[in-house]
Unconditional design. Structure first.
Ligand code: SF4
Length: 346
């Protein structure tokens, strides 16, 4: 279960004993800067290309592709070597191109509004399997440059902590991606947030909050029973205090549950001391889904209430709504609840 993107310079040098250093440089440049397959690295001798292809096959096989928004949003289902499946979404905007990657096949967090959580956990991904999603997206995006990576696909990134931090480090070191362009989301594993704060990693943290009272959050996001809102706030303060970086709260708007004036006030009370930025996610109504997304007028009203309360708000563009990049919102298609995504602009 490895990918060529799991391998370091030392790994290649050890395995390809006798291959000169400049060839290793060409391999790494081909993988990381040019997003090439080994067979496309024409600066390498044919025999070496063939050897690399045979000995380090890609870990991901693309088994389904869906495009919406006139091709500006693409979602892939990848099958891994052991048969596990994951999904990845590429979203092109005027000013940036973003890929949303999975860090686990399935998820153990069991959030009640999320099909991935309801389907359970299969396994952690390796760093190479995550990085290969980025490379695939970068190849597809070309000639536009892939600018942003968000860890908001299947899985809880901080439950696969070592892999997530390795991926961040390698994206920074090998692809030169900067802090503003890497966002890790979490449902709120408080000790992992505190550990992450101490790593000095160049990333943005997005906490999937969704409700700001324990009674409701216990049901919606079960990890809240272990790390409740007070405990989470301690970790968030640690993050902000240590990293001096902006914190975001993700808020998927669910009709009647968290789109009310009371819910807005709870969010303001919780988020204001942290000066958190609020990302509102209009949910896409899905048959068989246990919750219903708020109407767009409710979304706008809610955004107005938060802004009037003094926090900054972004409402996710609805054009990617049919394959929304919220944590776990991508999964229902892979689970067969919808065989196909609507291929249309929204
Ligand atoms: S919302 Fe995210 S953390 Fe929660 S079950 Fe879904 S994938 Fe896991």
């Amino acid at each position: 279960m490895t990918s060529p993107y799991d391998l370091s310079r030392e790994d290649f040098a050890t395995h390809l004993d006798g291959v000169p250093n400049y060839r290793i440089n060409q391999i790494l440049e081909g993988l990381w800067q040019q997003d090439r397959r080994f067979s496309e690295m024409t600066s390498l001798p044919l025999a070496l290309r063939t050897q690399l292809e045979e000995e380090f096959p890609l870990a991901l096989t693309m088994t389904s592709e869906v495009a919406t928004d006139a091709g500006e949003t693409m979602k892939w289902l990848f099958t891994l070597a052991d048969g596990a499946t994951i999904e990845t979404v590429l979203m092109a905007y005027q000013d940036r191109v973003t890929v949303c990657v999975s860090t686990q096949a399935g998820c153990a967090m069991n959030c009640s509004f999320c099909a991935t959580g309801q389907a359970g956990f299969t396994r952690h991904l390796t760093a190479g399997e995550v990085l290969e999603q980025v490379a695939y997206a970068a190849r597809t995006a070309a000639p536009r440059r892939l600018s942003n990576v968000v860890f908001m696909g299947m899985g809880e990134p901080l439950a696969n902590y070592d892999v997530t931090t390795t991926v961040v480090k390698r994206l920074h070191a090998e692809r030169g991606m900067s802090a503003r362009h890497l966002t890790v989301s979490t449902v709120g594993i408080a000790p992992a947030i505190e550990r992450l704060a101490g790593e000095g990693l160049p990333l943005t943290l997005a906490v999937s909050l969704h409700v700001a009272n324990d009674a409701q959050r216990d049901k919606l996001v079960p990890i809240n029973r272990r790390y409740n809102l007070d405990r989470l706030a301690v970790a968030c303060h640690e993050w902000v205090g240590t990293t001096n970086r902006r914190l975001s709260f993700e808020w998927a708007l669910i009709a009647g549950l968290n789109d009310t004036p009371e819910a807005a006030q709870e969010l303001l009370d919780y988020a204001r001391p942290l000066q958190a930025h609020i990302n509102l996610i209009p949910l896409n109504p899905t048959p068989g889904y246990p919750v219903i997304g708020s109407s767009m007028s409710k979304v706008r009203n809610f955004a107005d209430m938060i802004e009037a309360g003094g926090l900054t708000v972004t409402t996710r563009a609805t054009r990617g709504r049919s394959i929304a990049a919220a944590c776990g919102q991508l999964a229902e298609v892979t689970r067969g609840k919808r065989a196909r995504l609507p291929v249309s602009s929204q």
